[in-house]
Design a protein around this ligand. Structure first.
Ligand code: NAG
Ligand code: CA
Length: 220
């Protein structure tokens, strides 16, 4: 009992680290745990590095009601980002998706206006209506590396992520444009109060590595 108790309270400071997804599979993934189960607004930010030219999942949050309760999906084959909330989605086009470079992505949504927005490397999208009037309501399962088509599973190898991810934060409110710039430029920002990269509870399955983040800008 004590061991389980200690395990459940283990939070890892992943500052300077990244998850490496080195291989295309329909199983390797990271599950992120939060005690929060109702969200009426969200901001999620993370950085990713990949050379995928096909569709892939970046952040998959499922509930029993909706496998796409909150999903950020790169439709690389169609040059767009899909943002899903409550199983409804909008496309954001014209963002400068780049391979072989770290890119910062932040997405915001609130249940009152229903508007969603996606920021890529600090540049905003149009603000678009996705879904209003209902909260994200758990039990919440958050997966990196795969796209959930069921609550915690239903992975498709053709939508898997290959590459690296880092600096994942989730807030229960909308960050201001300036706070998003601070995140993007690695300046001071209040870490996520739902998911915090500096105090993260997670579980990896399959070939996912935790490595030092490679940052060539620190060589000189
Ligand atoms: C959503 O959650 C907020 C805060 O927990 C609550 O006040 C509100 O009534 C909820 N809205 C719905 C539609 O359930
Ligand atoms: Ca899905």
């Amino acid at each position: 009992f004590l061991l389980i108790f200690v395990f459940m309270l283990t939070l890892f400071d992943l500052s300077g680290k990244m998850f490496t997804f080195p291989q295309q599979t329909n199983s390797a993934h990271v599950r992120l745990t939060t005690s929060r189960q109702v969200l009426s607004a969200v901001t999620v930010c993370f950085r990713s590095f990949t050379d995928l030219r096909r569709d892939h999942s970046l952040f998959s949050l499922a509930t029993p009601a909706f496998d796409n309760e909150m999903l950020i999906f790169n439709g690389a084959s169609n040059n767009k980002y899909d943002f899903w909330i409550n199983n409804k989605n909008v496309d954001f086009i014209g963002h400068d998706y780049k391979v072989n470079t770290w890119q910062s992505i932040c997405s915001t949504w609130d249940s009152v206006s229903g508007l969603g927005q996606l920021w890529l490397d600090g540049k905003p999208s149009s603000r678009k209506f996705i879904s209003s009037g209902s909260n994200i309501s758990g039990p919440i399962i958050i997966v990196l590396g795969q796209e959930q088509d069921t609550h915690g599973g239903g992975f498709d190898i053709k939508q898997s992520f290959v590459g690296m991810m880092s600096d994942v934060h989730l807030w229960d409110h909308i960050l201001s444009p300036c706070e998003i710039q601070n995140y993007m430029h690695h300046l001071n920002f209040a870490p996520g109060n739902v998911l915090n990269w500096r105090a993260l509870e997670f579980q990896t399955t399959g070939r996912v590595l935790i490595e030092d983040k490679q940052d060539i800008n620190t060589c000189y």
